[in-house]
Design a binder for this molecule. Structure first.
Ligand code: SAH
Length: 359
């Protein structure tokens, strides 16, 4: 019997150039329907699809030859077909319990994921690309350049790996690791669907963070997902935003916010805005006031992220007084705001510090 791949259902339309249908194998990321179609194509009865699904997602099997409910003969035939799991290349634990993983992919590329435990949650911060082409001035990932998009199975794998390592179910996933998820929309949406239906994580517990790519927020909205959208705004006006985020040049902040409004209208979900705080650069009270004016009447939430230092840039994190002064202005202007102190700073696992190197 041949181990031919079978095309899966076409993904919903986006305006990205037509891409070949994702094919399986690798099997990870495939739905029970796709796996059933695949086992049948291999000459096996349909119920083997459900068994395969359980072994991949519940038992975390790494090789088809280990699936003991399959016949010995078939196991031998399909033993070399990849499920699509990565290897843990390196693992480091920060004092706060955050664990940073360097995962080695089938082609040898290294990608980072972070497991963030809190009392009731286990959150995984996943990467969507190897490296990142956006080159934000304060971010270590961007400084390291861009290699490629991650495939659907490579995104889902990160969540299963953290789940196994912690021996605890993952409750939340944030697409805030390496890469710009909206430059990889087809695989992003495939991964979201698999994390939701196959791994069993509620869509509202999935957050996609983007710097904003023209038309892609609108496209994401059209998929009618219930995921949370986080937009990395980082500045209250276009001039300052362009200084920090060179990729923002052809995409004025007004256009970005107009698309965000459409997202709210189409999905009924509020948008959260991330705002990195860089001392003396974008953390003055007048910046807070300008930001509040821009977001007035918008169903949104502002997440302030005090800058996490990276060696490649010489920004400074503002002190507590400055952070609190910024918060106060937003609160006075009735803007919902919280401060996110990144976890895992000591392991270089915090926002913006992911550069696929050990520490
Ligand atoms: N490309 C996506 C996801 C990237 S990282 C995006 O831009 O949203 C997730 C968040 O960490 C983004 O808001 C990003 O701007 C922020 N970040 C990057 N470098 C940082 C740093 N050095 N300190 C704090 N936050 C940083």
């Amino acid at each position: 019997m041949s181990a031919k791949s079978v095309s899966v259902l076409p993904s919903p339309k986006t305006d990205t150039p037509p891409q070949p249908n994702i094919s399986i194998p690798p099997l990870l990321g495939a739905s029970v329907e796709e796996l059933t179609a695949w086992v049948q194509q291999q000459g096996q009865p349909a119920y083997r699809g459900k068994q395969l699904h359980d072994w991949i997602y519940q038992k975390g099997v790494r090789s088809l030859s280990d699936i003991s409910v399959f016949s010995k003969q078939w196991r031998a035939e399909v033993a070399e077909i990849p499920i699509g799991r990565s290897k843990i290349h390196h693992r480091s634990v920060a004092p706060d319990g955050t664990v940073k993983y360097l995962l080695q992919l089938a082609d040898g590329q290294i990608v980072e994921s972070v497991g963030i435990p809190t009392e009731k949650r286990l959150t995984v911060c996943v990467s969507s690309q190897v490296g990142c082409p956006m080159a934000c001035d304060f971010c270590a990932t961007g400084k390291g350049g861009y290699k490629r998009n991650l495939a659907r199975h490579e995104i889902v794998d990160q969540v299963l790996t953290v789940q196994e390592d912690f021996q605890q179910r993952v409750s939340h996933v944030v697409f805030m690791g390496m890469g710009e998820p909206l430059l990889n929309t087809d695989h992003l949406i495939g991964a979201i669907q698999s994390l939701n239906k196959d791994v069993g994580i509620g869509q509202r517990n999935l957050t996609v963070s983007t710097v904003g790519i023209r038309d892609r927020i609108r496209q994401l909205a059209q998929h009618q997902l219930q995921v949370t959208l986080a937009v990395s705004l980082h500045a209250p006006n276009q001039t300052l935003r362009e200084q920090l985020i060179p990729s923002a040049r052809p995409y004025p902040i007004e256009d970005l916010l107009a698309e965000c409004r459409e997202y709210v209208e189409i999905t009924g979900r509020r948008v959260s805005f991330e705002y990195i705080l860089l001392a003396e650069v974008n953390d003055l009270p007048e910046h807070a006031l300008e930001l509040a004016k821009r977001l007035r009447g918008f169903q949104s939430h502002v997440n302030l992220i005090p800058y996490n230092p990276i060696t490649e840039a010489d920004y400074k994190r503002p002190n507590q007084n400055r952070i609190q002064a910024f918060v106060k202005v937003l609160q006075q202007q009735k803007i919902a705001v919280s401060v996110r102190y990144s976890r895992g700073l000591e392991a270089d696992a915090a926002c913006g510090q992911l550069r696929a190197s050990k520490k």
